[in-house]
Ligand binder design. Sequence first.
Ligand code: F6P
Length: 522
Amino acid sequence: MFNSVTKRPVWRHLQTHAAGLRSYPISSLFDLDPHRFEKFHRVQDGTVLDFSRQHMTTDTLALLLQLAKEQDVEGWRTRMFAGEKINTTEDRAVLHTALRRPASDTVLVDNENVMPGVEAARQKMKDFCEKVHSGAFKGATGKKIDTIVNIGIGGSDLGPYMVTEALKHWELDGITSHFVSNVDGTHIAETLKDIDPETTLFLIASKTFTTQETMTNAATAKEWLVQQLGNETAVKNHFAALSTNRSAVEAFGIDPENMFPFENWVGGRYSLWSSIGLSIALNIGYDQFDALLQGAHAMDEHFQTAPLEENLPVLSALIGIWNRNFMGYPALAVLPYDQYLHRFPAFLQQLDMESNGKRVTRNGHAVDYATGPTVYGEPGTNGQHAFYQLLHQGTDITPCDFIIPKISQNPIGPHHQLLQANVVAQAEAMMRGRTLDEANGDPQRVFEGNRPSSILLLEEISPYHLGQLIALYEHKVFTQGIIWELNSFDQFGVELGKEMANKLLEDPRSIGDIGILDYLKS
Ligand code: F6P
């Protein structure tokens, strides 16, 4: 029998508590308690989480913390860091955290310490970066590499691309990076138009090295390079592979010397810390890549050691559970007020929705509660002039995560001050709204208010602080998966569509009589 989490007294208690709290709008909680901000913000290593505008009280928090304890978040956390095979459906450990640990640590998988392998992979990346940057690694015609094209999709694209964009301020002179993911030929064709084959290095990023989109783009790139340089042997100097699948890499014709391995206990959406991050390291230099790892490691340590009530990932997770399961909100808007983070919402969509967009527990029971929300977002202030209309006046309430750095990498004129004023104003406007009276009786200008949000304030968008931010969301998603009793580390939901596409390619009528196919072919 399935003993659902919803049967726990604390779950029921949270439901009753939510019903009672509905008659107290968030702004009234500020009126009742002038010290609300003090109680509902936490500071960790320069990162501030302000959740005072969430629709909760200290009682709510106490109940949610009890839920986390009862669902054994701490036990599962220990098991994950220790290398236990918590990804049971794929019989794998979940150890992206090992990729950012000091080499001297010990992490056992099947009684073997994985850290020497992690360190060897990091050292290989470091040496390669140095060779490319110094010009010791050359193209086939003897020219220095100045262009990197990462070909990958999903976790083999979104993470490295998001980080490369976020750390553009740290980009080395003389290196330009491109990312190709879509199987639509337009993506690779438009990229190839802009680059010089003699100075380009293609990184074929694929954990499995079988992904249709990536292998199709890689084959097109290879064909183009051989044609441009007139020589099959040129592939050796212009292709590297980031993968776990050595035999497929060799079969593709990539020099094993240029293969950067990682292990199957690194999930695709958690892989930017592994060799999949080579494009990042080439773009900003290995030392800055290392700073990214260190920031993430600092957050790992905080997640592992801080009491739950002080723990930023745990608190973020509990806020999400509260909004999803007890307030009934179906979505989460992630709104970075920093142009460098413009791909962060897209990255987070995979991290969150591929991990927790599931309707069956880790033991195979259909859930009787809501799981992962729809995640979307755009950088502020762009979003303000687009979908914020719905956030302020739409019929659904969407909780928001506002993210902003304390200092800007480009402190020119009034820009950063304007950005900061906007983020605080949006959070306040969503919470306070505007009454009919305040709107001079015009219902079009009424804002219901009572729309919850958190503000996450980072020191700056630097490699270290970005590492912290990403790891914070990784552990938030993990914690929610544990409370929902999901396996957050498999992704069977992506398979059916892939299988059907393959069937259609083999025989267009194999999955039924589909009228639109006649039109597609014409
Ligand atoms: O679409 C599912 C998926 O398996 C993702 O989880 C993964 O990040 C992506 O495809 C790419 O996979 P690979 O790195 O093996 O090419």
